[in-house]
Ligand binder design. Structure first.
Ligand code: SF4
Ligand code: SF4
Length: 352
């Protein structure tokens, strides 16, 4: 079988999936040029030391290491130290093959071609694949200013509380907005944490920032009408995106593809006190990313079932007519990344 088809099949074994399409094969040809793809084919999602990979490839360790390092530098492979030695693994599509090479940047022509291919692949195959995940990979974190002290707020529900637990934070440009380019909202709002932050900063795809800078990114994003979305797990943050509904691959599952379960809602939802509404239209026209609010008879009209609980409407309503309230029957996120992946893989198998 063609090398690139074999690699697609291996990547598709990850619970994130990597369905076959001609666009994806084209993407793989860019990310793993001839000479590299043969080495990538010897890998899977488990970190393997360079010596072991060289042995499998029947080449010298130095030669293997040079190629593996170059692939990791381009964002095509994950690299970490295992027992002090460099080790490498394949990356899933999200977060990984889609984001990292775009964050790294490079020659304009290749970046433009990658953007076209990723867009086509997302529309044709990947959106549906991601939307099938049960529970969803990512979830919405509410704008903190919108949260009221009236409700008990669990630590995993609040972005800044989750950030208190991390050691390392890195900031990168948003790959969705770079590749989709449908709006001019801020690019430098893509946060990653700990292991992911170290890998991305070491490889020149992101820069390390302080906790204070990260808090400022969250605030700046809320002001710009961007939704905080992050890993759908209770124990830690791997990344925190700040998303628009026109470019983000996960928010667009709801706004463009009508996969209502493609992104987990926050534990809150908007509530409208209609008599207090002045009819300014800010919530409907400028803030709600999922059209859960429309203007009807010159007043706001809220569809709570569409609301994802981002709180963006609440923070800018000039009359205080909007608030966030607890969402009834909201399930807590999986306890950790392992539980999330296990549940998605088991439900995917069951659905086959
Ligand atoms: S922002 Fe507030 S006052 Fe303005 S339309 Fe929306 S609910 Fe009404
Ligand atoms: S109504 Fe829209 S803006 Fe307001 S919290 Fe819900 S999804 Fe967010």
């Amino acid at each position: 079988m063609h090398h690139y088809h074999s690699l697609q099949k291996t990547l598709d074994t990850h619970p994130m999936g990597a369905p076959m399409s001609e666009e994806f094969i084209e993407i793989l040809k860019i990310l793993f040029p001839p000479g590299d793809v043969e080495l990538a084919l010897l890998l899977d999602f488990r970190l393997r030391k360079a010596g072991e990979i060289a042995e499998r490839a029947k080449i010298g360790v130095e030669e293997a290491l040079a190629k593996l390092e170059a692939m990791a530098d381009r964002g095509s492979l994950l690299a970490k130290k295992v027992e002090g030695e460099p080790a490498f693994a394949l990356l899933p599509i999200y977060p990984g093959l889609f984001e990292y090479p775009v964050m790294k940047g490079g020659d304009q022509k290749t970046q433009k071609r990658l953007a076209e291919l990723w867009h086509a692949y997302y529309m044709k195959a990947m959106a549906e694949e991601v939307a099938r995940a049960n529970p969803p990979w990512n979830r919405v974190f509410p704008a903190e200013e919108a949260l009221s002290e009236e409700y008990e707020i669990l630590p995993y529900e609040v972005a800044s509380k989750m950030m208190e637990k991390v050691d390392t934070i890195a900031l990168a440009n948003c790959p969705c907005r770079i590749t989709t380019g449908r709006c001019d909202r801020p690019l430098d709002v893509c946060l990653s944490f700990d292991g992911a932050a170290r890998f991305l900063s070491e490889r020149g795809m992101a820069r390390l920032i302080s906790r204070e800078e990260a808090a400022a990114v969250l605030k700046r994003s809320e002001e710009a009408g961007l939704v905080h979305t992050g890993s759908n797990m209770a124990d830690r943050l791997v990344f925190m995106c700040n998303c628009c509904s026109c470019c983000c691959h996960f928010l667009r599952l709801l706004t463009e593809h009508n996969y209502t379960g493609g992104l987990a809602k926050s534990g809150f939802q908007a509530s409208l006190n209609s008599p207090a509404c002045s009819g300014c239209g800010i919530c409907a026209k400028e803030r709600c990313p999922v059209k859960a609010i429309i203007m009807k008879d010159s007043l706001a009209d809220l569809s709570p079932e569409k609301c994802i609980g981002c709180g963006l409407c609440v923070t800018t309503c000039p009359t205080g007519a909007l608030s966030l309230v607890r969402r009834e029957g909201c399930q807590p996120p999986p306890a950790n990344g392992g539980e999330l992946v296990k549940a998605i893989a088991a439900n995917k198998k069951r659905a086959k």
